[in-house]
Design a protein around this ligand. Structure first.
Ligand SMILES: Nc1ncnc2c1ncn2[C@@H]1O[C@H](COP(=O)(O)OP(=O)(O)OP(=O)(O)O)[C@@H](O)[C@H]1O
Ligand SMILES: [Mg+2]
Length: 504
């Protein structure tokens, strides 16, 4: 008998696996200490050992240079992008330009790609699942932010391949959460999934009707999450310390790592309390070798003031996405909270104001995504009687660059997937040999402001005068939001294959 397909929530800060038993009951896969999540952290220690999860987290403060966190944010991102400049300022590990403007991370003296890092985390979840279930796990359904583009989705597939884990399907995190909420009940309603995790924000409006889960619209920001709330607090702490002692701690990686840990802890505590003391002893030395401690009290109102702009951004997205679904906030029947950062009281209050109703507590913010992935995995099993249909959408438009550098839109944002369209190209030179097209994804009006998915070349065109060779290209977006294309000579019917080059 085949081993089960597990569900994996590959998170920015925490990853989590879940599996369904033969009766369709889903359990989260526990790790050694009884935790259900594994920190998405990879490190190489001074002896050259690979460490993943808690082992990596434990030595983080002392080895910030060789400890990688937040890798999910960088997957499939171009080295030139703004987010890379931001990340370089904020992480202890080295980020440098890789091949074709990809990103390379230096850990333990080795050059690693983002897919290598993600593959280590996937490998860890598989290892934990295999030992828990007592059989070799080979297949998984993996979730990604709804707002991931084609390149990022392909990156997840590659990460799976690197570690020999077959990813049978990628589904969007908010869609998975909606499955956890409604796959087993007969319900007809419109739900909004507000998912604010460690690194990303997604808002999806999903209508559930007769076991059909139809995403009406989606939007988000893959660079907005709990890490940014931590960073706002870190800046506040640094500037307070600087005012008191005239010392900039930002230049000291070990001190920064201790502050980062403490800031996150204080932020989390402030969800339950109004005031939290923050104390890091012997953070640095003053002139004359006198040790200095970091001591302050942070109030919930301070944190709220420091992060209000981040919370506002999420509601700008909410307003737009709900409008695109053709609904008003009051027409949403349930708001599902997903992601650890939604425990912040300010966020729950703002959600209640915006939607005019208290968010539902019926899914667990840390577990819903993995559970949904496991339910989806179980629905693929022949023995399963779980039947539902997922209809998802494309998060950002896909376009081709025209000769005059403007864009021709192939698929608009929020169009349903899978989807297909055809474009016929005509040669414009005598004996033109190949057809080259650059494809980008994003909602911006210019090529430059979107993400390049690749430069596709169809070679060996039939010889002929300009305008005499017609090539029909079929663009297909899979249910997972991944683009593929095929072409044929319209007059001879000959199929042509293409090569892809990703560059910038
Ligand atoms: N009680 C709390 N109050 C505020 N923030 C919290 C609380 N508990 C956890 N968090 C924050 O939630 C974030 C982690 O959330 P989660 O585990 O859902 O993210 P993730 O799934 O790893 O990330 P993503 O979905 O963005 O890829 C961290 O930034 C953490 O500090
Ligand atoms: Mg998450």
């Amino acid at each position: 008998m085949k081993s089960p397909i597990i569900g994996i929530d590959l998170g920015t800060t925490n990853s989590c696996g879940a599996v369904s038993d033969e009766n369709g009951n889903v359990t989260l896969i526990p790790y050694r200490g009884g935790q259900f999540t594994v920190p998405s952290i990879f490190a190489i220690d001074d002896k050259g050992n690979d460490l993943v999860g808690y082992e990596a987290q434990r030595q983080w403060q002392l080895n910030p240079k060789n400890t990688v966190f937040g890798a999910k944010r960088l997957l499939g991102v171009n080295f030139e992008s703004e987010i890379v400049r931001e990340m370089i300022k904020r992480v202890g590990y080295e980020i440098k330009r890789g091949d074709a403007d990809d990103i390379t991370i230096v850990v333990g003296g080795k050059d690693l790609r983002l897919t290598d890092i993600s593959s280590r985390i996937l490998g860890k979840i598989r290892e934990v699942a295999s030992s828990y279930l007592g059989e070799d796990i080979k297949r998984a359904v993996v979730t990604v932010p709804a707002y991931y583009n084609d390149r990022q989705r392909q990156g997840v597939y590659e990460a799976g391949e690197l570690v020999g884990l077959e990813i049978v399907r990628i589904i969007n995190e908010p869609t998975a959460a909606a499955l956890a909420y409604g796959a087993r009940k007969n319900t007809n309603e419109s739900v909004a999934v507000y998912d604010l995790g460690g690194g990303t924000f997604d808002l999806s409006v999903i209508s559930i009707r007769d076991r059909v889960f139809e995403v009406r619209s989606t939007g988000g920001n893959i660079f907005l999450g709990g890490i940014d709330f931590d960073n706002a607090l870190i800046q506040y702490i640094l500037s307070d310390f600087n005012t008191q002692h005239g010392i900039d701690l930002a230049t000291d990686p070990i001190a920064m790592q201790r502050i980062r840990d403490m800031a996150e802890r204080v932020k989390v505590d402030l969800s339950a309390r109004h005031e939290v003391p923050l104390s890091v002893p012997f953070i640095t030395m003053a002139g004359g070798g006198k040790p200095l401690d970091l001591n302050m009290i942070v109030r919930r109102v301070d944190l709220e003031a420091l992060t209000a702009h981040l919370v506002d951004k999420t509601f700008d997205t909410c307003a737009r996405v709900i409008d695109e679904a053709g609904l008003k906030p009051s027409e949403i029947d349930q708001v599902l909270l997903v992601g650890g950062q939604t425990r912040m009281p300010l966020i729950q209050n703002r959600i209640a104001d915006f939607f005019g109703k208290v968010p539902s507590k019926s899914v667990h913010p840390d577990e819903a995504v993995a559970i949904g992935a496991a339910l989806y995995a179980w629905s693929l099993d022949d023995r399963s009687d779980l039947r539902f249909q997922l209809l998802d959408v494309l998060p950002m438009a896909i376009s081709i660059e025209k000769a005059d550098a403007t864009l021709h839109r192939l698929f608009g944002r929020n169009c349903s997937v899978p989807n297909q369209c055809q474009v016929t190209f005509t040669t414009h030179r005598d004996n033109q040999k190949d057809l080259v097209m650059r494809i980008v994804q994003g909602d911006a009006a210019t090529v430059h402001d979107n993400t390049l998915l690749g430069e596709f070349t169809f070679a060996d065109l039939r010889p002929g005068g300009a305008g005499s060779v017609r090539v029909e290209v079929v663009f297909t977006v899979s249910a997972e939001g991944i683009l593929s294309l095929t072409a044929k000579d319209l007059d001879t019917g000959t199929q042509m294959s293409h090569t892809v080059k990703i560059e910038s």
